[in-house]
Design a binder for this molecule. Structure first.
Ligand SMILES: O=C(O)CCC(=O)C(=O)O
Length: 260
């Protein structure tokens, strides 16, 4: 598909790509309401760290367990087509979290997600053409569920090209000399795919509106899924009900391969 190829090329070059108006307004509203409902349910907070339903007061975990509307976002086109083009046809879902960012909050420190994969890149003056594209191993598909038209609304920010730097950013709010933030001004229903090696953060939400973002993390098969409590995690039966073959694979039902 030429649009997928073009988006993949952009993703490889910049470390992220924006897809506009992917999710219909009604679905945006439904997902936002469900996130709010889960957040307001006292059981969510009473569950404690043993169930790991909420972290840091802003991150709601494993949303696919909560409602099939979240589960079904895993196979929404063109997100899934692009994820498979970048990570391979046997990629799977690593995690799915919703961020509910109220006024004054934000994941404001620059970071990459997880470990640095390619520290050797920091020692290259340029990457030989034959070595491009540098393979992506994991990415976040971030579905924006609130408008972020200005800095005040706490938009996501990225440093374009930083996925090829072979470095991690200083884990604070200040970028080193030469690194420039790109602010992803966007509308509810827009989606951005961000390489997990790309330096990124959420700017502080200084508006009076709570900001909602649904993140599905996809990985190559060798990247492990992160469904707490990891050992003996059992996918709830209702998540599997009516799931397509593609969805089952994304949830972890793989063909046999090396090692198992
Ligand atoms: O809130 C955002 O826009 C970015 C969130 C983020 O940095 C993360 O989930 O790793």
């Amino acid at each position: 598909m030429p649009e997928i190829d073009a988006a993949a090329a952009r993703f490889h070059e910049d470390g992220y790509v924006i897809l506009r108006s992917v999710v219909a307004r009604d679905l945006v509203r439904q997902l936002r309401d469900l996130i709010e409902h889960r957040y307001r349910d006292p059981a969510t907070h009473a569950a404690g760290p043993g169930l790991d339903l909420v972290r840091g007061g802003v991150s709601l975990m494993r949303m696919f367990e909560y409602h099939q509307a979240f589960r079904d976002m895993m196979t929404l086109s063109p997100i899934i087509d692009l994820a498979e083009a970048l990570l391979g046809p046997d990629c799977h879902v690593v995690a799915q979290n919703a961020l509910r960012t109220p006024t004054g909050k934000g994941i404001v420190n620059w970071h990459i997600d997880g470990e640095l994969f390619n520290p050797l890149l920091a020692h290259l003056r340029h990457i030989p053409k034959d070595a491009l594209p540098v393979p992506c191993f994991s990415l976040n598909a971030m579905v924006l569920l609130s408008d972020t038209p200005t800095e005040e609304y706490g938009p996501t920010q990225v440093v374009a090209g930083s996925h090829l730097s072979g470095r991690t950013p200083p884990r604070n709010q200040t970028l080193p000399d030469g690194a420039r933030a790109t602010t992803l001004f966007a509308r509810a229903g827009d989606v951005y795919l961000v390489n997990n090696q790309t330096w990124h953060r959420g700017a502080q939400n200084r508006s009076s509106h709570t900001r909602y973002l649904l993140t599905t993390t996809y990985g190559r098969r060798f990247i492990s899924q992160r469904f707490y409590p990891f050992l003996n995690y059992r996918m709830p039966e209702h998540v599997l009900n009516g799931a397509s073959e593609r969805l089952l694979r994304l949830l972890g039902q793989h063909d046999k391969g090396p090692f198992g």
